[in-house]
Design a protein around this ligand. Structure first.
Ligand code: PEP
Ligand code: MG
Length: 909
């Protein structure tokens, strides 16, 4: 399949026809034709009614940018030829005064980017051709309305005239004539408005509105190519990891009209419910409307099916009742498309005078809950395999399932109801503006973004918000689609809300909410609730459990947790952890009740003083480890020796220092002196990790004793073997490892002798410094070498890049903007650099110790792309925080399936 997913056509072909008596493309040519173009070609090949048209390839977009926004020579001739084909298929000619061909010009990238780029409809209308349209449709009002829509869209997108200019003209005309709705305007009204529009355009641009259809066409094609680089599209790409280099295709297609009267309509549909995954046709339509009207959320659309109409308590008829024959054809088309693509489809259609036209199909965006249900159902229906089902779920989307829901026992006051657009409950302060939402989030506040409706300009605010609430728009409105994609809880179309941006208020009946007031929304029921309502954590059973079972069957990588507390360890077992990959022992001392012993140890004058303090720490560590071993009974537990710089435990503020000095019963000056002594300019590269234990081996002695005594106790209690793995942090030299290994082994021997128990343990090391990765052979070599490696990729990234973990944020932000790297290297592993060290370390270590266990425990362990890398690099396991475990399990399974080459048939995404 991959060999057909072209990015360039070496024949030099730039224009691909569809449905014009000839169809050149196929579904698997998305890279070249964009998603929309490839799927239009596929629908035409399936014999579905697609308005004829053609696609200009993404390769042209790349050329366009490479050549300083110039379209390549020869394109014109190819486009003219294609236009001829299209014209013949519909009995019209582009620019002809008697039978003019009208077209839409739309973008279409490889990945769907809904609403981010530009579209122009009704292109080809001029003062002359509009007359032909009026005559042919026998509907002058429709023709002039279409013309003014075209002028408006074209002037906004191509000529850069602010749309406010047109809105003012239209509302003035309405006011003067006492009209309230657009439908009150006659053909003559629209002609007056068109004259006013044209005058305004000439004033704004210094040129008349183009009457040459060729000029219109090329202006539109260039504008659509240019829209790849608009701010909205750039932000969307950044948030969704879509490379700039892909470019967009342009689709030019014969117009069909859903606004020709009451036997015409336009709609959008999903072949299954995108919110719950239920197998039912799900969608909306508007009679006598153009496509954009449905998603714009200005008129309230009607449901497609009778069942949905009844459930919503709607009085307006469903499409099923209104146009049963066309609905039947539509249903058949849905079934064909699902069978062909073996996935839920998101479809746009238009009905012109009772005739159905399919405008678009693509793999539908869905909530993770729906994705799991659809995948599990499609396996049962025999449409896809279990492995396909695993590949269908976006790992990072599993986060959505971990959203809390409203506690059914909670007291709640419902202030309004809207549509349950994206599941999960969220609470926060009301904000009415996307920029403000982003700013407040930056200050650590939780906000609910409240808008009349959202538009692509709001995406950064939607991303920053914990939940989204709108007063207008349906389940396929911008807010609903984007929120589902982002996994944000969303309630939309809560019609009772009266939002006043200027006053910063939201009124519902007699009640007024102000900016900053707390509300809760329930994206599963559509309720808007007063205040912060009690929530409940999710249950991970049903389809989730089924798909995760398939994932576990497919994966090779082990999955462990980074956990320091019994609560985390228990949670981790629920989420499928196969052991602990990193227990950061220092975290066990940050607790108020324990830090004193640590401080006493740090302030001690000599070894005897330190040992006295360590003796107080021993039982605390032992009981912690014992509990972890019990929870993880029978599973490996990696415990890392004390790692951070000691000054992290000491007070820095004067007031706090005085209190601590008093508690420790040492003079304040002495404590201050110790803080000053421990001060480092670069603590991340300073007195930490194994360097601490090499200076103070008694710390390691205490920790090793706590580990082994706990192992003996837990083993007795659970009756299961305890498998501690003692891990030495931050080594660069084999000698460092040897020094501490000797202390650990000696302590183990002592505990074994004292207790009479047989201890089963391993001693290994973290690989966090480039030198350790390079000298891995020496570190693992021989009987006393490291028995396991765990790549600490947080430190390894810091030391490989020479970029401080603590100070990187502003540098990273600047680098992301300058596209120096695709993603934050502290989030997704830098595969070429840090990754190479991981590969080198693994290979060299295994060269001398074939059974060397190798894992990763940096934050990257829960990042899907990094997990995929770890699979390829041959690691044994990844370790990540508890809530990332499902993500890691799924990503590990996908990596294994992809590596086997068990890919999928093309989908329409
Ligand atoms: C690491 O460096 O990747 C690691 C897991 O250790 P820490 O984050 O505690 O330094
Ligand atoms: Mg580290």
């Amino acid at each position: 399949m991959a060999n057909r997913s072209q990015t360039a056509d070496h024949s030099g072909k730039r224009v691909y026809l569809f449905g014009a008596g000839r169809t050149d493309g196929t579904a698997d040519m998305k890279n070249l034709l964009g998603g929309k173009g490839a799927n239009l070609a596929e629908m035409a090949s399936l014999g579905l009614p697609v308005p004829p048209g053609f696609t200009i390839t993404t390769a042209v977009s790349t050329d366009y940018y490479r050549n300083g926004k110039r379209l390549p020579d020869g394109l014109k001739a190819e486009v003219e030829d294609a236009l001829d084909h299209v014209g013949k298929a519909v009995g019209a000619r582009f620019g002809d005064r008697a039978a003019p061909l009208l077209v839409s010009v739309r973008s279409g990238a490889r990945a769907s980017m809904p609403g981010m780029m530009d579209t122009i409809l009704n292109l080809g209308l001029t003062d002359e051709t509009v007359k032909a349209l009026a005559a042919k449709s026998d509907n002058a009002r429709f023709a002039y309305d279409s013309y003014r829509r075209f002028i408006q869209m074209y002037s906004d997108v191509v000529l850069g005239v602010d749309h406010g200019v047109f809105e003012d003209i239209l509302s003035n005309h309405k006011n003067l004539n006492g009209f309230s709705l657009d439908t009150d305007l006659s053909a003559d009204d629209w002609q007056d408005i068109i004259a006013a529009y044209k005058k305004a355009i000439e004033q704004e641009t210094g040129k008349p509105f183009p009457q040459d259809t060729q000029e219109q066409l090329w202006g539109a094609i260039s504008a659509v190519f240019s829209s790849w680089q608009n701010d909205r599209a750039k932000t969307y790409r950044r948030l969704h990891g879509i490379p700039d280099s892909w470019g967009t295709a342009v689709n030019v297609q014969a117009m069909v009209f859903g606004n020709l009267g009451d036997s015409s309509a336009t709609g959008v549909a999903f072949t299954r419910n995108p919110s719950t995954g239920t197998r039912e046709i799900y969608g909306e339509f508007l009679v006598n409307a153009q496509g954009e009207d449905v998603v714009a959320g200005i008129r309230t659309p009607q449901p497609l099916t009778e069942a949905a109409r009844k459930e919503a308590g709607e009085t307006a008829p469903s499409l099923e009742a209104l146009m049963p024959k066309t609905f039947g054809e539509l249903k058949q088309a849905f079934a064909n498309l699902e069978k062909r693509y073996r996935d839920m489809q998101d479809i746009e259609f238009t009905i012109q005078d009772g005739k159905l036209w399919m405008l678009q199909t693509r793999s539908g965006k869905r909530t993770t809950k729906a994705a799991l249900k659809i995948a599990a159902d499609m396996v049962k229906e025999g449409l896809i395999s279990e492995e396909d089902a695993v590949l269908r779920i976006e790992p990072s989307g599993l986060d959505q399932l971990l959203h809390p829901s409203i506690d059914p026992q909670a007291e709640k006051t419902v202030v309004a109801r809207g549509l349950p657009a994206s599941p999960g409950a969220a609470a926060g302060e009301i904000v009415f503006d996307a920029d403000e939402a982003e700013a407040m989030r930056g200050r650590g506040r939780e906000v609910i973004l409240v808008r009349v409706e959202t538009s692509p300009e709001d995406i950064h605010g939607m991303h920053a918000a914990t939940g989204i609430l709108t007063a207008r728009g349906g389940m396929t409105s911008h807010a609903a689609v984007v929120a589902r994609g982002m996994g944000r809880p969303c309630v939309c179309g809560a019609g009772a809300l009266r939002i006043d941006y200027a006053a910063g208020t939201m009124r519902v009946g007699a009640e007024t909410f102000k900016k900053g007031d707390i509300i809760t929304i329930d994206g599963g029921t559509g309720e808007v609730l007063k205040g912060r309502v009690k929530m409940r954590q999710p249950e991970l059973s049903g389809d989730f459990a089924t798909v995760m079972q398939w994932a576990d069957r497919a994966r090779r990588l082990g999955v462990r947790v980074n956990a320091d507390t019994p609560r985390e360890a228990r949670q981790a077992r629920e989420f499928g952890a196969e052991g602990i990959g990193l227990c950061r022992t220092e975290h066990m001392f940050f607790d108020e009740s324990r830090i004193l012993a640590m401080r006493e140890m740090i302030c001690a004058d000599d070894e005897a003083g330190r040992r006295k303090a360590l003796a107080k720490m021993l039982p605390m560590q032992r009981s912690d480890f014992e509990e972890l071993f019990e929870i993880m009974a029978g599973l490996p537990v990696t415990i890392r020796l004390l790692d951070p710089p000691l000054h992290e435990f000491l007070p820095h503020e004067d007031k706090e220092a005085a209190a601590v000095a008093k508690e420790l019963n040492v003079p304040l000056e002495k404590l201050r002196g110790r803080v000053a002594e421990l001060h480092e300019f670069n603590p991340m590269l300073g007195f930490r990790g194994c360097r601490l234990a090499i200076r103070y081996p008694e710390i390691t002695e205490m920790q090793a004793r706590a580990i082994f005594e706990a192992a003996v106790n837990a083993g007795k209690k659970t009756g299961k073997p305890v498998m501690p793995e003692v891990m030495i942090p931050l080594i660069a030299y084999r000698t460092e490892f040897d020094i501490l290994r000797e202390v650990i082994a000696r302590t183990a021997e002592a505990v074994a002798k004292e207790t009479g128990a047989k201890l089963n343990y391993q001693i290994g090391t973290m690989i966090e410094l480039p030198r350790a990765a390079l000298r891995a052979r020496e570190i693992a070599e021989g009987e006393t070498g490291a028995e396991f490696f765990s790549f600490g990729t947080n430190d390894l990234t810091q030391t490989c890049l020479g970029l401080s973990r603590d100070d990187a944020a502003p540098i990273l932000a600047n680098y992301a903007e300058r596209a120096i790297f695709d993603s934050d290297p502290f989030v997704s592993i830098d595969q070429e650099g840090v990754g190479e060290l991981v590969r080198i370390g693994t290979e060299r270590g295994r060269a001398v110790r074939a059974d060397l266990k190798v894992g990763i425990c940096g934050e990257h362990g829960g990042d899907p792309a990094s997990v995929n890398f770890c699979h390829d690099a041959g690691l044994d396991y990844v370790s990540c925080s508890a809530f990332r475990l499902p993500v890691a399990r799924l990503a590990a399974a996908q990596a294994a399936i992809k590596a086997k080459g068990a890919g999928e048939a093309p989908t329409s995404s």
